[in-house]
Design a protein around this ligand. Structure first.
Ligand SMILES: O=C(CO)[C@@H](O)[C@H](O)[C@H](O)[C@H](O)COP(=O)(O)O
Ligand SMILES: [Zn+2]
Length: 198
């Protein structure tokens, strides 16, 4: 096989694997997605806010979600309060430098979180220490947690409490889990808009 054909085959494999992962997720996750939509909707309608965090690609997802709540998704509606804890380089470098990278999100949850707010914690492995610490801080503040994970849900899966929502993508490959997390985020945005507008 020449290079062009090999690359073409790899690309085809990515598309097929991504589609298969989303099909599996569509079989197991919808009722939990509804739970997450209701949890976030009720919090937002009660004047509460959403804090979101994750590392790497999941940091981008946290920001993507906050942008669609504060700005808009597909339809016009009032601005909704959401903050990505991944964006302030001064806060992130100060806490990382003075304390530890493990507490870059939890200290922000301690500073900004209030009872009734929601934490969206995103980790494909379910094992990122800074997301785990953020969830622990959220619980201590009386916040509910929506966790996006993959694989076996990792330590985050075991940490969640009644009333939290765990959306664990049934896949092992980080890229596939991330691609499905983005779809889940858009389902949440659409569901919140639907409950507000229809
Ligand atoms: O986007 C990717 C890989 O596709 C990476 O940036 C990835 O997000 C990083 O390695 C993260 O640190 C992984 O953390 P996590 O998803 O296990 O919590
Ligand atoms: Zn990625």
């Amino acid at each position: 096989m020449d290079t062009k054909n090999k690359l073409g085959q790899r690309i085809q494999n990515h598309f097929e694997d991504s589609i298969a992962t989303k099909q599996k997720a569509a079989e197991v996750l919808p009722s939990k997605i509804i739970d997450a939509i209701n949890l976030m909707y009720l919090a937002l309608m009660s004047g509460k806010k959403i804090l979101a965090c994750g590392n790497g690609g999941s940091a981008a997802d946290a920001q993507h979600f906050a942008a669609e709540l504060v700005g808009r998704f597909e339809r016009e509606r009032r601005e909704l309060p959401a903050i990505a804890l991944t964006t302030d380089s001064s806060i992130l470098t100060a806490i990382g430098n003075d304390y530890s990278y493990d507490v870059i999100f939890s200290k922000q949850v301690n500073a900004l979180g209030q009872t009734g707010d929601i934490l969206l914690g995103i980790s494909t492995s379910g094992n990122s220490k800074n997301v785990i610490a953020a969830i622990e801080s959220a619980h201590a503040k009386g916040m509910k947690v929506v966790a996006f994970t993959g694989k076996d849900g990792g330590k985050i899966g075991a940490l969640l409490k009644d009333g939290d929502v765990h959306l664990c993508v049934p896949a092992n490959r980080t890229a596939r889990i991330q691609e499905t997390h983005l779809l889940l985020l858009h389902c949440l945005c659409d569901g919140i808009d639907h409950l507000m507008l229809d």
